[in-house]
Design a protein around this ligand. Structure first.
Ligand code: ZN
Length: 261
């Protein structure tokens, strides 16, 4: 089961990435500031390294964690439908909480700033993470699964929609305003997530959700898409486009003492 789910996950990952990349090519929203091949090369290195290190360090996938979860798991005794609903919602809440933590705690922010330092915003930004952030995020997620003991199939479904929505939310593509407003009642849309990547510091604490927009609305971190449309300036003021496209800078920056940053 774990092996088959892993294969499905990789096929969904590749298909979703390609679908969004085609959408961005056919209907691009903003022209890139820096070379796209250069950025995509860096993001590929980060993706591969993160994947290798994650499997080496953690040695357990979310699905394997669900299959190995203890009998006292918090969702175990609920009716099946309630187990599924709680699993889908609570696992998304774990993503929201983890993301919020990355924006609140100094060292975690320095790790997460690798993601935000991207001077452009497109489907490849969805995999631009410091490997240590990927490992930490997965460790928190796996721990939550062990405590909750959700149905393994619900974990597989959550993994799938998280992957799809992660690529969708980073799309640099035109989405009609009406469709964006409708979808934005339920999901984190590209316009809402683009606001989170705004160069303006006060916007970076908004729209921290992974899939559903409800957590941001519930916990006061929701920020509507500007009436003028998706924000144009993304990235971090403290990281120049030149620095943000140097792979060694990205690896080392979180560990630099404050005076050297
Ligand atoms: Zn963030």
């Amino acid at each position: 089961m774990v092996q088959n789910a892993g294969t499905v996950q990789w096929i969904a990952f590749a298909a979703a990435f390609l679908a969004i990349a085609v959408w961005e090519t056919v209907s691009p929203l903003r022209d890139p500031k820096v070379s796209t091949p250069k950025r995509w090369g860096i993001h590929l290195v980060l993706l591969v390294l993160s994947g290798v290190l994650e499997s080496f360090v953690l040695r357990i996938t979310p699905l394997a964690a669900a299959l190995a979860a203890p009998g006292w798991g918090l969702l175990r005794n609920l009716p099946t439908a309630a187990q599924w609903a709680a699993a889908i919602l609570l696992l998304d809440l774990v993503h929201y909480g983890t993301h919020r933590l990355y924006h609140r705690v100094g060292f975690l922010w320095r790790l997460h700033s690798v993601h935000h330092s991207d001077p452009d915003f497109d489907v490849s930004t969805a995999v631009r993470f410091h490997p240590l952030e990927v490992i930490l995020t997965s460790a928190i997620y796996v721990a939550a699964i062990l405590v909750l003991a959700p149905p393994p199939a619900a974990v597989a479904a959550a993994e799938l929609h998280t992957t799809l929505l992660n690529f969708f939310a980073h799309a640099n593509a035109r989405l009609p305003a009406r469709a964006s407003a409708l979808l934005g009642r339920i999901l984190i849309t590209p316009g809402l997530h683009r606001l989170h990547h705004s160069i303006r510091e006060q916007d970076q604490g908004k729209n921290l959700g992974q899939t559903f927009v409800w957590w941001d609305r519930l916990f006061g971190t929701y920020g509507p898409e500007p009436a003028s449309g998706p924000v144009s300036d993304v990235g971090l003021e403290e990281a120049s486009p030149e620095q943000a496209t140097r792979i060694w800078f990205l690896f080392a920056e979180p560990f630099q003492p404050p005076e050297k940053r």
